[in-house]
Design a binder for this molecule. Structure first.
Ligand SMILES: NC(=O)c1ccc[n+]([C@@H]2O[C@H](COP(=O)([O-])OP(=O)(O)OC[C@H]3O[C@@H](n4cnc5c(N)ncnc54)[C@H](OP(=O)(O)O)[C@@H]3O)[C@@H](O)[C@H]2O)c1
Length: 271
């Protein structure tokens, strides 16, 4: 297990990597700073093409909330800071409408330096009210993906996609967002939305941030509709473990380019 130390110096470097102005390999770093570059570097890099990373904050027993729906906050302080760093490194953060309705998240970067990503909600039936916090105007793009012709305020972009049996194709969602210039997507939940992307093989990485508490019952972080009956058929991603302090992150590479992204790159422009 690697212990991550996100010093101001290493975070500045990662923001430069995100802008394409630096690499993750050069420089003098402590072991903790090097671990931070290894964890966040693949999310900051833009030289490997479009990416979609999902992250779930869950308890030791795999829950994201209690049976009454209390979900704030499963993650400890370092897990929350980690989530905000992930947002700061992404072009867009994307959630399902059930999370938007249940948690009313702002999806902004508040616990680290860095700009806010675009905010995207998958809302096929147009259920999200116009005064939802994530639609608040703050200079950042806000996008609603809908299957119905529900009008939105002029400062909110609507992407209209066709649903089949009530489902939108995650590949069409990703393509539409890439078409809007959003290449690096953070799929922040909930479990239904992440499962759709995972099943469509669109996730480059899946991060499980485990906080040391036992909830006992309540919604699971992730349930795949097409589960395996034999362990031999289970998905076994290439996984790295990082201690953040209060929480532990399992960082799973799900595609070939994810493994490539964990290799340091030499000769990045303008370092
Ligand atoms: N701990 C964490 O990291 C974390 C993060 C986020 C959320 N959460 C928790 O997760 C819970 C909500 O998650 P959830 O899994 O129930 O729901 P969700 O993923 O937030 O939202 C699912 C809904 O989004 C729409 N949707 C998403 N992908 C779609 C697709 N491909 N095609 C069509 N519609 C799609 C559907 O809306 P319709 O229902 O309108 O059809 C679907 O029911 C809350 O309790 C929240 O607190 C935890």
């Amino acid at each position: 297990m690697f212990t991550v130390d996100v010093t101001a110096k290493v975070w500045r470097r990662l923001l430069e990597v995100r802008r394409g102005r630096a690499c993750t390999c050069c420089g003098q770093w402590s072991a903790g700073e090097r671990a931070a570059l290894d964890l966040y570097g693949p999310l900051a890099r833009r030289d490997l093409g479009p990416s979609a990373v999902a992250q779930i904050g869950q308890s030791l027993d795999g829950r994201v909330a209690t049976v009454t729906g209390d979900a704030r906050d499963v993650s400890g302080p370092d897990g929350l800071a980690h989530l905000h760093r992930m947002r700061a490194l992404a072009d867009a953060v994307l959630i399902g409408v059930r999370t938007a309705l249940h948690d009313s998240p702002r999806l902004t970067v508040r616990l680290c330096d860095g700009g806010n990503p675009a905010r995207v909600v998958i809302d096929p039936q147009g259920r999200l009210p116009d005064d939802a916090p994530l639609l608040a105007e703050d200079g950042v793009r806000r996008i609603v993906i809908q299957a119905v012709d529900r009008p939105r305020r002029s400062d909110v972009t609507v992407i209209r996609l066709r649903s089949r049996d009530g489902q939108l194709d995650p590949g069409e969602i990703a393509s539409a967002l890439h078409g809007e210039g959003l290449q690096s997507l953070l799929v922040e939940g909930g479990g239904i939305t992440i499962a759709r992307f995972l099943e469509a093989r669109l996730l480059t990485r899946l991060q499980l941030a485990i906080a040391p508490l036992l909830i006992g019952d309540g919604p699971q972080g992730l349930t795949l509709p097409a589960s395996q009956t034999r362990l031999a058929d289970a998905i076994r991603p290439v996984t790295r473990a990082f201690s953040l302090g209060t929480d532990v992150v399992f960082d799973c590479g799900l595609r070939d380019e994810a493994s490539l992204a964990t290799q340091p790159v030499h000769g990045a422009p303008g370092r």
